[in-house]
Design a protein around this ligand. Structure first.
Ligand SMILES: O=C[C@H](O)[C@H](O)[C@H](O)COP(=O)(O)O
Length: 218
């Protein structure tokens, strides 16, 4: 089975966690694209979606799924999103597609975060995947110097502007042994919008696509 088939199986397994008539929070990325396609098949049974990126919004709308403004929604039951890495504590690195800030905001409003991944995303310690940090453009050099003091190797992602008009710095070579502390520490640097560690808001349920089938971890 290919990696993409494992992603698709994990994405389709998430449909079983969506209550009838609910608003669905939708993440971003290649795994979520499979989920959006599956959501299109049950669109008559949901109340609409809240999206975490322009890319996902376009895909949802193309399938005729209504996209709601988050400011009009007080709370909703499930948020479905992928991850670049996930550890056994269900802490994640996200933002490989530069959508981390809106993802973190939408996830904060959801009761349950369901993470859909193929098994290549599972790690013991976060940090092999370079950690994305969204920064206000004028702060990029300062933030890079501060990130280097933490022991990482910051590299501004070329030719990428986020949906919020900001830059992404990818921090290479960070061993993130305390994700809660590192998430907070990086978010404390002036000029950082947010970073791609999702530890304070980790996943509640993980659906892992494997060659033997999709596993559910809680
Ligand atoms: O910004 C992008 C998101 O955080 C994605 O959830 C993450 O990069 C995983 O994407 P994919 O499903 O394409 O591996």
């Amino acid at each position: 089975m290919t990696q993409d088939e494992m992603k698709r199986n994990a994405a389709r397994a998430a449909l079983a966690f969506i209550p009838a008539n609910t608003i669905v929070g939708v993440g971003t990325g290649s795994t979520v694209n499979h989920f959006i396609d599956a959501l299109g098949e049950i669109k008559a049974q949901i109340a609409g979606a809240v999206s975490s990126s322009e890319q996902s919004t376009a895909r949802l709308k193309a399938l005729g799924i209504p996209v709601l403004d988050l400011n009009t929604v007080e709370r909703f039951s499930v948020y479905i999103d992928g991850a670049d890495e996930i550890n056994p504590q269900r802490h994640m690195i996200k933002g490989g597609g530069a959508a981390l800030t809106r993802e973190k905001i939408v996830a904060a409003v959801a009761e349950t975060f369901i993470c859909i991944v193929d098994n290549s995303k599972q790690v013991d310690v976060l940090g092999k995947f370079p950690l994305p940090v969204e920064v206000i453009p004028m702060a990029a050099a300062y933030v890079s110097r501060e990130l280097a003091k933490l022991g990482g190797r910051p590299v501004v992602r070329e030719n990428v502007i986020t949906d919020n008009g900001n830059l992404i710095i990818d921090v290479h070579d960070l061993q993130i042994t305390d994700p809660l502390a590192t998430e907070q520490q990086i978010n404390g640097i002036v000029g950082v919008v947010t970073n791609g560690i999702f530890a304070h808001r980790c996943a509640d349920i993980v659906l892992v696509g494997t060659a033997e089938g999709t596993q559910t971890l809680k």
